[in-house]
Design a protein around this ligand. Structure first.
Ligand SMILES: Cc1cc2nc3c(=O)[nH]c(=O)nc-3n(C[C@H](O)[C@H](O)[C@H](O)COP(=O)(O)O)c2cc1C
Length: 356
């Protein structure tokens, strides 16, 4: 079965190419996830490392679908995402049993082998109804995780991605095709025939239809976007953060992946090798310039009190965003973003076909 048909079978409300919204921790909540899925994409609720916030969000999602009279398939047509280095397995499985979300997204385990219990647990909890998505950032991790867990979907995260990812990594232009070829080599042709080949989605730096079209050419069946959805009213962020995402451009120069923002915010439990990409601001310059860490934290905490003014190039509050931030030109509803990006991608692909 083609990856596109597998997606259609597993998530029957979705349209091709699949556009998914990343489970951005405490930013992608029920309103964003539901709007994306209502538009034929797949939205995720981002629980991060603490799943205690999930149950009310899942209940809200149920209510939002009911209010929209959206036909519910066998599962709740959204996913939930966790950061495996901190999330509680048993609590998550109990929620999967009760709410049956269509997908569980796993990321950043301390050891890849930890993901086996999560994958098996999710499959047992819902008799396979909840599909397992795993985000990886290297060819080696893609192969290892596929052999260990046989995920339904592998999200291949390139270096351009906003938020956390591997400090050392490649962009999707080389990463996605190399992952594809390495998986084929590892699984063999029988692997593909037996359905062991996960569906590949590309993430990192994709903010509009041209990026989606490129991702499909690289071997992905769809994409995951985070940064683009930050500029939607449904994203749970302050106006100052959203304004900064819309303002920033030239993301290769104006964003950086580092541990500076984690240290300032006290989110220091990430496994080694991960860093968060965000817009370069005063806090970052001061940290790199040698400012005493305690003083930088004090100024960060001061800035928290100033509200929306705390963001910006001369601000101190963190704007996690990817290099694709310059392609985000304004605020649009999550439904409109999903439909527009998908339709633009189709238009680009058609026009390329007619040019050859
Ligand atoms: C603000 C923000 C928060 C994020 N939080 C998470 C998270 O909690 N869990 C996760 O797996 N990925 C998280 N990501 C990374 C996404 O999964 C994805 O790889 C990324 O957004 C794709 O790149 P893009 O931002 O260029 O679209 C986050 C990304 C952003 C921008």
């Amino acid at each position: 079965m083609s990856p596109e048909n597998r997606l259609k079978e597993d998530y029957p409300w979705t349209q091709s190419p699949l556009i998914a919204c990343a489970p951005m921790r405490l930013i992608a909540l029920a309103p964003l996830a539901v709007e994306v899925s209502k538009a034929g994409g797949l939205g995720f609720i981002g629980a991060g490392n603490d799943v205690s916030m999930l149950e009310p969000e899942l209940q809200k999602a149920q209510q939002l679908f009911a209010a929209a009279e959206h036909p519910l398939p066998d599962t709740l047509p959204i996913g939930v995402g966790v950061l495996n280095w901190g999330a509680d397995l048993d609590a998550t499985l109990a929620l999967l049993r009760t709410y049956r979300p269509a997908a569980l997204w796993l990321f950043a385990a301390r050891k890849l082998s930890d993901l086996q219990a999560w994958t098996q647990g999710a499959r047992d909890a819902t008799a396979g109804a909840t599909k397992v998505w795993i985000q990886v950032g290297s060819v080696a991790d893609a192969v290892a995780v596929t052999l260990l867990c046989a995920p339904d979907v592998l999200v291949v995260q390139g270096q351009d991605a906003g938020g956390h990812g591997l400090e050392r990594g490649a962009g999707i232009v080389s990463l996605v095709p190399e992952v594809h070829d390495a998986l084929l080599a590892a699984l063999g042709p029988e692997g593909e025939a037996e359905g062991k080949m996960p569906v590949l989605l590309a993430a990192g730096g994709i903010s509009e239809g041209r990026g989606v079209a490129a991702a499909l050419a690289l071997g992905a069946a769809g994409v995951v976007m985070g940064t683009r959805y930050l500029a939607s009213p449904e994203a749970e962020i302050s106006r100052g953060y959203r304004d900064e995402v819309v303002r920033a451009s030239d993301g290769g120069q104006t964003t950086v992946r580092s541990g500076v923002y984690d240290k300032l915010r006290g989110t220091i439990d990430w496994p080694p090798g991960y860093g968060g990409r965000g817009v370069i601001n005063r806090s970052y310059h001061d940290a790199i310039g040698g400012m005493d860490h305690e003083e930088n934290v004090r100024l960060y905490n001061e800035a928290m009190k100033s509200g929306d003014k705390g963001w910006g190039v001369e601000g101190r509050l963190t704007t996690y965003a990817g290099t694709g931030v310059g392609l985000v030109k304004g605020v649009k509803g999550a439904k409109e973003i999903t439909q527009e990006v998908r339709e633009d991608a189709k238009r680009v692909l058609k026009s390329l076909g007619s040019r050859l």
